[in-house]
Design a protein around this ligand. Structure first.
Ligand code: 13P
Ligand code: SF4
Length: 328
């Protein structure tokens, strides 16, 4: 029965339209001792019903320390998988199992194992946006908020493979001066920004600060005033005296930026397509309705083998230990 209902990747159960989903979800959270962790790229309603909103590092730190029985991850598959790896005894739920990631998909484990075997003396640093199988082939996991510090903490002569994001990898190479071997992967959302349209927008708003996520291509990063993780970008907009910002990352982050700085103006950087949308199609598969059903029926659940969990856990723990040392 549940298997049939899950064939689309989510629980396709009709919902009583008269229900106040905010109220119902909050009731279910209490009844079931569940916590909702949401990424900044989720739709506004999901961010508003979450217990904790954060970037990839903060969400994994939160997952590692929660004492809730159930973690409902409002994000994409690799994020929920990371929570399961850190908390194998908890039930970890993802509203839509098809909420994947183009960046994680760009790095299949068999191809990566082959690539790794060609560089046997290299240490592997993998961006958290990868599958559990890739994490199992990794020495240290990183996120966009700690990647630079992690690379810098290694001895200067340490040879490094950086996977799977070539744009973040190239940015870290530039920042640290390290000659890392990069896997050729990228994020479909951050690769689509148009340099031409952004340049025009900068001319139109000469006082605006261009802020970008390091998953963007080098040409965009080169003309940016600030580069950082989603949390970094959010903090920058709060602290900066500037009043206008062109934001080159997934548009979901604008919800918190507007909430935290209601008097400032935020413009989503334009992509190189006709629909002018920079939503992540994977992140946006989650909806409040799917989230409600997911919590009510406790499905879909993330399940991983104990062997995979054991192998994938070490590089994530290493990242959390290093981040604590860096005060992150
Ligand atoms: P951060 O929130 O860690 O900056 O990651 C951005 C991202 O692309 C998540 O999929
Ligand atoms: Fe993956 Fe890019 Fe979507 Fe983040 S924004 S989940 S990196 S496809």
């Amino acid at each position: 029965m549940v298997a049939d209902l899950l064939s689309k990747g989510f629980l396709d159960v009709p919902i009583d339209l008269s229900l106040d989903l905010f109220q119902e979800i909050n009731k279910l959270k209490k009844e079931k001792n569940a916590v909702i962790l949401a990424h900044y790229y989720q739709e506004a309603d999901i961010q508003d019903v979450a217990d904790f909103i954060g970037d990839s590092l903060a969400l994994s730190q939160q997952a590692a320390k929660t004492d809730a029985k159930i973690i409902l991850f409002a994000g994409v598959h690799f994020m929920a998988e990371t929570a399961k790896i850190l908390c194998p005894d908890k039930k970890v739920l993802l509203p839509d199992l098809k909420a994947g990631c183009s960046l994680a998909d760009s790095c299949p484990a068999d191809k990566f194992a082959e690539f790794k075997s060609k560089h046997p003396d290299h240490l592997v640093i993998s961006y958290i946006n990868c599958s559990a199988e890739i994490k199992a082939l990794t020495d240290i996991v990183c996120t966009s908020s700690n990647a630079e510090k992690i690379v810098e903490s290694l001895p200067k002569d340490q040879k490094i493979i950086f996977a799977p994001d070539k744009n973040l990898g190239a940015y870290i190479k530039k920042q640290t001066g390290r000659d890392m071997v990069l896997w050729d992967g990228s994020c479909m959302v951050h690769e689509i920004f148009s340099l031409e349209k952004i340049t025009k927008l900068k001319n139109q708003y000469p006082n605006a600060k261009l802020i970008a996520h390091p998953e963007c291509e080098a040409a965009i990063l080169e003309i940016s005033d600030y580069i950082g993780s989603t949390s970094g970008l959010l903090n920058y907009t709060e602290k900066s005296t500037a009043q206008e910002f062109i934001v080159a990352t997934e548009a979901g982050i604008l919800h918190q930026m507007i909430k935290n700085s209601p008097k400032k103006t935020f413009i989503a950087a334009p992509p190189n397509n006709s629909c002018a949308c920079n939503d992540c199609p994977h992140m946006k598969l989650n909806t409040l309705e799917k989230l409600y059903n997911c919590l009510k029926y406790e499905q879909p659940e993330i399940l991983l083998s104990a062997e995979l969990i054991e192998k994938a856990k070490k590089p994530i723990i290493r990242m959390l230990e290093l981040s604590a040392q860096f005060g992150l």
